[in-house]
Design a binder for this molecule. Structure first.
Ligand code: AMP
Ligand code: MG
Length: 402
């Protein structure tokens, strides 16, 4: 048996370097830049007004003494002349500052009568002006490679004049459920039958890291049928294969054997984690294969703890473990054994409104309603001696994933 960290190390060494592809900005949300984004121009490209008001030469403003209104500067249509002494120019937010002006007075502090404008007080030099290059200058690194693009980052990329971005390609992923007892949701349940649920959690959990997720459905505990389905996925060019169920070495657990027969080099199959073992990891050329446990909570938690970090690296993220945070415990946590424990937990606001994490008592790995109840997994380290309430523990928030 190996530790979770060792398992992650072994998986990470097998991750192919992500290749770049160009995508239009409108499809780049959550994608990851393969190289830093440099500004193509300077922003704002000219000194601009930050207010609707009047552009003035600051030393010429005397409260109550009118200036002559020489014209207008609008966003998209600047005042083309030169502002002469004794003049002011009507100006709107974002419009270029006229040559000769050095301050803008907001319209609320001005009174216009015909061509005469008077002001309540003297402005500061540079008041209400957005200087050229105040946001960014041409060639500046605006975004680093390796972070998931947020809506605000896409807004920035657009203002830096990019119509498309070079981002990391995402893999084609296939998901397969196996077990003679399994039937699809919505079935008339026969005796001894179990509804196959795992793929319905795994697919949305991982789909933002996939170019495409192919659901291979349910395959019986049958060597031939498994071989046919898995080989089909390999031949199609799947880059990540996830199976759930059939991963132990019971009489009817064929996944390991079939993977070996199909040329998958198996790296390990038992990890010191709870819930979780057994778990297989292997590679076939550049294709990664994860044989997840059949129990619903085990399958989901191993996907969160091991598959998702791998997919993050595959899709260009530099941080495989984001989001990952520390939150105070609401109650004492009992000691842990040698397996890292991923504890289902709820996030709560305590009586003064601060976030705290409350472990859910249920630890059965076949139990799916407690997993649905969980907002997070507490990561309790191997051999932890127990943690008192109030102490900060590491959590993986579940519903910020994706
Ligand atoms: P196995 O790993 O095949 O021994 O399965 C362990 C447990 O998980 C058994 O109770 C299976 O019925 C159950 N199981 C396996 N696959 C699924 C699935 N796709 N959805 C829900 N439960 C499953
Ligand atoms: Mg089974």
């Amino acid at each position: 048996m190996i530790t979770v960290d060792e398992a992650l190390d072994r998986i990470f060494t097998r991750i192919p370097t992500p290749l770049p592809e160009s995508v239009p900005l409108s499809r780049a949300h959550k994608r990851v830049l393969t190289k830093p984004l440099l500004a193509k121009h300077t922003q704002p490209p000219f000194d601009a007004s930050a207010m609707d008001g009047y552009a003035v030469r600051s030393v010429e403003v005397v409260p109550g003494k009118p200036l002559f209104l020489a014209g207008t500067s609008q966003a998209g249509a600047r005042f083309t002349g030169m502002m002469q002494h004794g003049e002011c120019v009507r100006i709107f937010t974002g419009a270029p500052l006229p040559i000769g002006a050095d301050a803008v007075i907001m319209q609320e502090q001005a009174t216009a009568r015909g061509n005469q404008v008077t002001f309540e007080k003297m402005p500061r030099l540079g008041q209400s002006i957005r200087r050229k290059g105040n946001d960014f200058t041409e060639g500046k690194e605006l975004l680093p490679a390796g972070v998931g693009l947020t809506p605000a980052m896409l807004n920035l990329a657009a203002s830096a004049n990019y119509a498309s971005l070079e981002v990391a390609r995402r893999p084609k992923i296939a998901v397969l459920a196996t077990g003679d007892e399994l039937v699809p949701p919505g079935s008339e349940l026969g005796p001894d039958q179990i509804v196959a649920s795992n793929s319905y959690g795994l697919i949305p959990l991982l789909s933002s890291y996939a170019d495409k997720v192919i659901d291979l459905g349910i395959v019986a505990d049958d060597k031939k049928a498994l071989e046919k389905s898995i080989l089909g996925a390999f031949d199609y060019g799947v880059e990540v294969l996830l199976t759930s169920g059939g991963a132990s070495v019971g009489d009817r657990d064929y996944v390991q054997e079939v993977l070996r027969d199909l040329g998958v080099h198996l790296d390990f199959w038992k990890i010191l984690m709870r819930p979780g073992k057994p778990l297989m990891f292997g590679t076939r050329g550049k294709t990664l294969v994860f044989g997840l446990p059949g129990n619903p909570t085990s399958a989901f938690v191993t996907a969160v703890a091991l598959v998702r970090p791998a997919l993050r690296l595959m899709t260009g993220h530099t941080d495989p473990f984001w989001p990952f945070m520390g939150v105070p415990l609401a109650v004492d946590l009992p000691p842990n054994g040698e397996r890292r424990h991923f504890i289902r937990a709820k996030l709560n606001r305590n009586e003064i409104g601060f976030l705290e994490v409350v472990p859910i008592a249920e630890t059965d790995s076949n139990h799916s309603s407690s997993l649905a109840e969980a907002d997070a997994l507490i990561i309790q380290p191997e051999n932890d001696l127990g943690t008192p309430a109030g102490e900060i523990v590491e959590i993986i928030p579940l519903n910020m994933l994706g």
